[in-house]
Design a protein around this ligand. Structure first.
Ligand code: SAH
Length: 243
């Protein structure tokens, strides 16, 4: 990826794929960032991405009342997704800690993050929570070069347990289980799902339901990790070297 240009999220690119000279606009937070943080002027060059896999270089042609107009070069499909699909399903961490988890998951190349409300969990999923998470995904994608936005969803635990394809490697992290090691996943495995519990841990009932849906209980070592450490360490072990 070119390191010369700052990146901005522009969902409109999709409409003009393959062409050069398309005219697009940035409004809201993206326009604010471009105008007031980077102090862009007419002629400033940036990179745009649409969150669905496309990117283009673009030049600012004019701006008025918080809206920036740009002219695009060729709109290309460039993937920086991982070759392996890893889904992180984690109990909602305490307020404020989820930002770190979502940001790092985007950087590592996690395919999707699903939050669930665990029996012993304290946090609750809300539309405000998801909106903030979506903004974090955009910011992290601008920084790390991903052109596809990583979906973040709230899903009931039982839907995650029964709805994840049985062809995927499915692990539930629980202290005291047999130790997990990267050798447990074949080099050819293309899809994995990882379940991480709340600060209070999974209940016996949750572990039992996961086992009977075909999930394997694994330990991540003798130390107790915070939700975000457990989730990101597991994701990194599955993803690094798989591009
Ligand atoms: N007190 C809880 C630990 C909660 S840590 C208990 O004893 O179960 C939050 C979550 O991170 C756990 O539910 C588990 O999914 C994961 N986790 C943390 N450390 C782990 C470890 N050493 N092995 C496996 N999972 C771990």
């Amino acid at each position: 990826m070119s390191r010369d240009f700052r990146r901005f999220y522009c969902p409109q690119l999709a409409d003009s794929e393959g062409t050069g000279g398309a005219r697009v606009e940035l409004t809201g937070e993206e326009a604010h960032h471009l105008l007031h943080v980077l102090r862009a002027r007419v002629g400033t060059r940036v990179q745009l991405f649409d969150g669905k896999g496309r990117q283009a270089e673009a030049v600012v042609t004019h701006s008025a009342r918080g809206c920036v107009h740009l002219e695009c070069g060729e709109i290309e499909r460039i993937s920086r997704e991982s070759g392996r699909r890893v889904v992180l399903a984690t109990a909602l961490p305490r307020a404020g800690r989820e930002r770190f988890l979502v940001e790092k998951a985007v950087e590592l190349g996690v395919a999707e993050v699903w939050f669930f409300e665990a029996e012993r969990g304290v946090a609750r999923c809300s539309s405000g929570f998801l909106k903030k998470a979506e903004r974090t995904v955009i910011e992290a994608s601008k920084q790390c070069g991903r052109n596809t936005l990583m979906p973040v969803r709230c899903r009931p635990l039982d839907e995650i347990l029964s709805g994840t394809p049985s062809t995927a490697d499915r692990w539930i992290a629980h202290p005291g289980g047999p130790f997990w090691s990267p050798d447990q996943t074949g080099a050819e495995a293309t899809e994995s799902a990882v379940l991480i519990g709340p600060e209070g841990g999974f209940t016996e009932s949750e572990i039992g339901r996961a086992r009977s849906s075909g999930w394997k209980v694994v330990s991540l070592g003798p130390r107790i990790l915070r939700i975000e450490t457990a989730a990101l360490a597991f994701a990194a072990a599955l993803l690094l070297g798989r591009d």
